[in-house]
Write a protein that binds this ligand. Structure first.
Ligand code: PHE
Length: 351
């Protein structure tokens, strides 16, 4: 009997060792099958012992070995239980909580100047204007000469700018290169490339030697040009009024004051009645109730001559103003530099 007990005890110890080493349910079940299953080592040993025992001993041996098999069973169930609670603990310790609401991606958005430019373009598109663009580094010819501002013209003083190459005494006509001071050179480029009728709106960045709260050395303008047979000053005013009301509101009025530009005749300063104070007068509009927006006029025959248009047959109007200034008025921004400083806290307000 001593050796019987020893043999079974040895098998049981083997079983216990392997069970402890089993890292997952599949391994635990295999260890159980190897020892406690129908063809497991302990069960085979039991059968063998009972078979070879004398009849009067069979019952005792059967009981003793069954006890060991019960222990095998219990150890197996305990191992399964241990694995289950380990899995549960791992689940609870997970650092990802799938029940939390998702984190939204921050979406980008357009800069207020872009928003204003697109809105201006859209309003003119509905009137049949198409968008045209030109280079920011421009020739003296397109920026001044063809716009009836020859080299010594006093109007150039107001548009002092950055000369890129060969300012004085440069060889050959049009050799001078400047950062464009206005979008008007795109008028020239458009008319040189197309025959009338022309209806274009020309947005873009321009440069001047200006720098204060309402002037930046780099700013954005939009230019309009309409050339056809029979275009009058009344068409200009109608288009400006339509635009003012669409962009700022139905109550806005337009005033045209006599002025001078070398490339338009007659010329006018465009004023819009001030929307914020409803024309009553305030600090922004200097108590006048009107805000100066830009310049306009009928295209000067001298400009038509430069681009080869017949000024006996065609007339046209042109206008130009600052997009930044429009955006300042529309969004209530009092310093133009806020648009260009790149502070996202500012830009984010215009989503
Ligand atoms: N280009 C002019 C400026 O920048 C504005 C303007 C455009 C005036 C078109 C008349 C016609 O001052």
């Amino acid at each position: 009997m001593a050796s019987l007990a020893d043999e079974l005890q040895q098998l049981f110890q083997q079983f216990s060792g392997q069970l402890e080493a089993a890292a997952n349910e599949q391994a635990v079940r295999k260890v159980y099958a190897d020892f406690g299953g129908a063809n497991g080592a302990i069960r085979l040993k039991q059968k063998e012992l009972i078979k070879s025992a004398p009849n009067d001993q069979k019952r005792v041996i059967g009981q003793a070995t069954n006890e060991i098999l019960q222990n095998v069973e219990a150890a197996f169930n305990a191992a399964l239980g241990r694995l289950a609670s380990q899995a549960e603990a791992r689940e609870l310790a997970r650092s990802v909580d799938v029940t939390l609401p998702g984190r939204a991606h921050r979406l980008g958005h357009l800069h207020p100047i872009t928003l204003a430019r697109r809105e201006i373009e859209a309003i003119f598109a509905q009137l049949g204007f198409t968008v045209a663009v030109g280079p920011q580094v421009e020739t003296d010819f397109h920026n001044f000469e063809a716009l009836a501002m020859p080299k010594d013209h006093p109007a150039r003083d107001m548009q002092d700018t950055f000369y890129v190459a060969g300012a004085e005494g440069a060889a050959g006509e049009g050799a001078d290169v400047v950062l464009r001071t206005h979008t008007s050179p795109v008028q020239i480029r458009t008319m040189l490339a197309r025959k009338p009728p022309v209806r274009v709106i020309m947005p873009g960045t321009v440069y001047r030697r200006d720098d204060d709260a309402t002037h930046s050395p780099m700013f954005n303008q939009v230019e309009g040009l309409c050339v056809d047979e029979g275009i009058t000053f009344a068409d200009l005013k109608g288009v400006l009024l339509h635009f003012a009301r669409r962009f700022f509101g139905e109550e806005i009025g337009v005033r045209l004051r006599p002025s001078f530009f070398p490339f338009t005749e007659p010329s006018a300063e465009i004023d819009f009645s001030h929307g914020t104070c409803k024309g009553r007068g305030c600090r922004t509009c200097k108590n006048s109730g009107w805000i100066e927006i830009g310049g306009a006029g009928m295209v000067d025959p001298e400009v038509f001559r430069h681009v080869g248009y017949d000024s006996e047959k065609y007339t046209g109007f042109a206008f130009g103003w600052g997009i930044d200034r429009m955006a300042m008025l529309k969004y209530g921004v009092d310093n133009i530099n806020a648009f260009f400083e790149g502070d996202v806290r500012f830009a984010r307000q215009f989503r």
